[in-house]
Design a protein around this ligand. Sequence first.
Ligand SMILES: Nc1ncnc2c1ncn2[C@@H]1O[C@H](COP(=O)(O)OP(=O)(O)OP(=O)(O)O)[C@@H](O)[C@H]1O
Length: 409
Amino acid sequence: MSCNTNTDQKFEEQSQKINQFLKQVDHKIVVMSGKGGVGKSTVATNLAVFLSSQGYQVGLLDVDVHGPSIAGLLGLTGLKLNAIGEQIQPYLYSDHLKVVTIQGLLENPDDPLIWRGPVKIGIIRQFLSDVNWGPLDFLIIDSPPGTGDEPLTVAQTVTGCQAVIVTTPQEIALADVRKSIQFCQKVNMPVLGLIENMSGFVCPACGSRHEIFKSGGGEKTASDWNIPFLGRLPIDPGVVTAGDAGQAINSLTSHTKEEMQHIVDQMLQKLPNKQKGVDSTMKIAIPLAGGKLCTHFGHCEQFAIVTVKNGNIAKQETLTPPPHAPGVIPNWIADQGCTDILVGGMGEAAQAILQERSVKVLCGAPSDTPENLVALYLRGELVDAGNACDHGHDDHDHGHGCGKTPFRH
Ligand SMILES: Nc1ncnc2c1ncn2[C@@H]1O[C@H](COP(=O)(O)OP(=O)(O)OP(=O)(O)O)[C@@H](O)[C@H]1O
């Protein structure tokens, strides 16, 4: 076997791992800016913190290899990323927020990184393939400014990724934003919306508003390019204090917090199935035989349907599905209002139906009780171990145990 064949095979294996991880992520969002220093990392961090505090499972990934600032914003500077076996463990900022930043790989946080394109691409791909992220509602990616290797790698690797673009109001920043919008168009990455940062200053003493860098340019650019405008954040000395102290939102003024919440609400409105907030509810289906997961998805006799409210099991039912025929059971699962399904294996056609009906599929789950599986799943300790039912039968919806190790330890 030649070196090239070996490299191609490794690349292909890594792509499969990346796709398995991405299947477990509802929404992938890259935060971009045309220009440096406009507050992209600040926005990415606050998006992640606000979403996670609303009960969403969030992963925050800093791929800004030349100026990683997420660690500083969250008070994680100097912390090293740990690996268990071949898996990198993210920092657990909270129960709902996992963070991975390139700083975690540096001996000294001030070390400069002098990496060429291929190395940067490799490290970003590794952060997608080898990190123990678990299932996520949101993966927020902080990318360096401009339209270089990093945003391009994200656009080409993270299937289904959408962009949030951050700008300041001045013309010089807006000119670069137009390049970012065109970049997204060229790589077919939808723009979820534009945010205008450092938009005016509200005097804490008298409450009057001052347009230091002007204001409104972001909204006008969004309208000119027919993309959603998500909102504006004011100049807030608390943002600097919060960042310098490593506490993302603690020092923000209440006005900035309100504006940030408005941006999050606007963003959620544009996303399907994401209106759950603190009242998050999941309905998890598990095919059963003898009270445990049955690896024959399409031929099991019963399904456990477990309702999870705000992270706790609220209800568990056992239902009998209709007789097996192609496509019937996946549609029946979706008709029950299920949001997730844990299976040993499943045919491609059944997976396609469930994906189309917004039901998240996890393949490779072991034979265990619904309670144990749901607990593992909620803790992010069940990994999609790949499709166990990939035998070339594209239209069936039965599954077999895959024999791979589905656990993360
Ligand atoms: N709304 C704001 N009010 C006051 N200061 C802000 C605001 N937004 C960002 N800043 C400050 O501006 C600086 C740059 O912010 P940040 O690092 O988020 O920008 P960036 O666009 O990610 O930069 P880079 O080009 O390095 O990736 C930081 O010191 C941050 O505290």
